[in-house]
Design a protein around this ligand. Structure first.
Ligand code: AMP
Length: 396
C-alpha cells in the first residue's frame, strides 16, 4: 500500500510517499510560500532534488502540485492517483479529545476544529490539508496523527498547572505536550535496540531539535513531558524561551512597551538560543561562533545543555528511576559535544557514556559503555514513518 504523509503548516507543507510494505520512501519534498507565490521541492527515491516555482495561492494548488509531481511522466513514482491508497496527516493539537490516531470522518473533523483554539496557527492549516485531500482524492481514506495524543496518558498530577482550577474546567488549560509521535516512535525503537518491550522500561526521550522537548516514558506510557499547553514551555529552544518566571511578561512588557501579543512573539520567536546569543537559532552556527570565541554563543549552548540536564534529573525522579535515555532530532542526533556535556552530568544515575561510540551523527546506536547501568542511546526519529504505520493500521 502507498501512503501519502502530509504535514501542513500555515504557509508550507512537507510530504512523503511511503510504501507501507517495504517502508521505503518513494518520494519526498515540500511546498513553501503557499499564499505568497509557491515553490515545490520534489525528490524521487534515488533521484535528484527538483525545485520549481508553481503558483500556490492556497493549499489546494500546493497539494495538486505534489500529486502532479508524484504521478508525473518523467520523474513520477506512481502511474496514477489510484496508486495512492491512504493519506496520513500530522495534526498538532488533539486536546483531550484524541488519545490515539484516528480515521477521519465528519465527527473527527468537528472535534479537531474544536481544538483550533489551543493551536490557532497549526490546527486550521492541518484541517485545510485534510479537506484538500478529501476533495482531490475522493474515496481515499485520511488519518489524523496527533502530536499531543501520546501524552494523554499523563496523570493529573503531571498535567495540572498551579492555577485556579476553573481555568482547566472552562478552557481547558493544562499541560498537553507535543512531539508525541516522535517520543512514541523513539521510545519503542530504544526498547527494540535493548531487546526489551517498552512495557518493561523507564525511558527518558530527549527530542532536541529547533523545537525541543523531553518525555518521561514509564512502561510505554508518557507520564510527563516538558512542553505544556503550547510548545513554549520547557527546554530552551532555537527561538523559544522555554520555562521562565511568568512575571517577566508584565515586567519586560511594561518596560519595552509591548502588549501580550508582542511579548508572546518575543517568547516564541526572539528568545531561546537566538535571544541569548544574538547570533542564530541554529546549533551549528552557534558552535561555529563559539569556536571563534563568541561568548554569548557559548552561553546559549551551555544554557541549552543545562536545561536538558535538569529535565533529565526531574524525570528520573518523577519515574523513581530510569533504564535508558535516548537522544533524537537535529541536535540530539548530530551534536556530539552536547551529548558529551549532558551525559557528563548523568553519572550519578549510573549512566556512563562511551566517548568513542558517541562519536557519530544520525546513526542508530547504543552510546553508553557495556557496564553502564543506565543505557544511553542515539535514535534517529522518523515521524513520517510513524504516521504511515498508524495510517496503515487504521485503514487496513
Ligand atoms: P530539527 O528541528 O530536528 O530539524 O533540528 C534542527 C537543529 O539541529 C538545528 O539547531 C541544527 O543546527 C541542528 N543540527 C542539524 N544537523 C546538525 C549537525 N550535523 N551538527 C550539529 N547540529 C545539527
Amino acid at each position: 500500500m502507498n501512503i501519502l504523509v502530509i504535514n501542513c503548516g500555515s504557509s508550507s507543507l512537507k510530504y512523503q510517499l511511503i510504501n507501507s510494505d517495504s517502508e521505503e520512501v518513494l518520494a519526498k519534498g515540500l511546498c513553501e510560500r503557499i499564499g505568497i507565490d509557491g515553490v515545490l521541492t520534489y525528490q524521487p527515491a534515488g533521484g535528484e532534488k527538483e525545485k520549481s516555482e508553481i503558483a500556490m495561492p492556497t493549499h489546494n494548488e500546493a497539494i495538486s502540485a505534489v500529486l502532479a509531481a508524484l504521478t508525473g511522466e518523467k520523474t513520477g513514482v506512481v502511474k496514477s492517483l489510484a496508486e495512492i491508497n491512504a493519506v496520513g496527516h500530522r495534526v498538532v493539537h488533539g486536546g483531550e479529545k484524541f488519545t490515539a490516531s484516528c480515521l477521519i470522518d465528519d465527527a473527527a473533523m468537528k472535534a479537531i476544529e474544536e481544538c483550533n483554539d489551543l493551536a490557532p496557527l497549526h490546527n486550521p492549516a492541518n484541517l485545510i490539508g485534510i479537506r484538500t485531500c478529501q476533495k482531490l482524492m475522493p474515496g481515499v481514506p485520511n488519518v489524523a496523527v496527533f502530536d499531543t495524543a501520546f501524552h494523554q496518558t499523563m496523570p493529573e498530577v503531571a498535567y495540572t498547572y498551579g492555577l485556579p482550577h476553573e481555568y482547566y474546567e472552562k478552557y481547558p488549560v493544562r499541560r498537553y505536550g507535543f512531539h508525541g509521535t516522535s517520543h512514541r516512535f523513539v521510545s519503542a525503537e530504544a526498547a527494540k535496540m535493548l531487546g526489551k518491550k517498552p512495557e518493561d522500561l523507564k525511558i527518558i526521550v530527549c527530542h532536541l531539535g529547533n523545537g525541543a522537548s523531553i518525555c518521561a516514558v514509564d512502561h510505554g506510557k508518557s507520564v510527563d513531558t516538558s512542553m505544556g499547553l503550547t510548545p513554549l514551555e520547557g527546554l530552551v529552544m532555537g527561538t523559544r524561551s522555554g520555562d521562565i518566571d511568568p512575571a517577566i511578561i508584565e515586567f519586560v512588557g511594561k518596560k519595552e512597551g509591548l502588549d501580550l501579543e508582542g511579548m508572546n512573539n518575543v517568547l516564541n520567536k526572539k528568545s531561546g538560543m537566538l535571544g541569548i546569543s544574538g547570533v542564530s537559532s541554529d546549533g551549528r552556527d552557534l558552535g561555529d561562533a563559539a569556536a571563534k570565541g563568541n561568548k554569548r554563543a557559548q552561553l546559549a549552548l551551555d544554557v541549552f545543555d543545562y536545561r536538558v540536564i535538569k529535565y533529565i534529573g526531574a524525570y528520573a525522579a518523577a519515574m523513581n528511576g530510569v533504564d535508558a535515555i535516548a537522544f533524537t532530532a537535529g541536535i540530539g542526533e548530530n551534536n556530539i559535544e552536547m551529548r558529551e556535556n549532558v551525559c557528563a552530568h548523568l553519572t550519578y544515575l549510573g549512566a556512563e557514556l562511551d566517548k568513542e561510540k558517541n562519536n557519530v551523527r544520525g546513526e542508530e546506536r547504543i552510546i553508553s559503555t557495556d557496564a553502564s547501568k543506565v543505557k544511553l542511546l542515539l535514535v534517529p526519529t522518523n515521524e513520517e514513518l510513524a504516521i504511515a504505520r498508524d495510517t496503515l493500521a487504521l485503514v487496513k
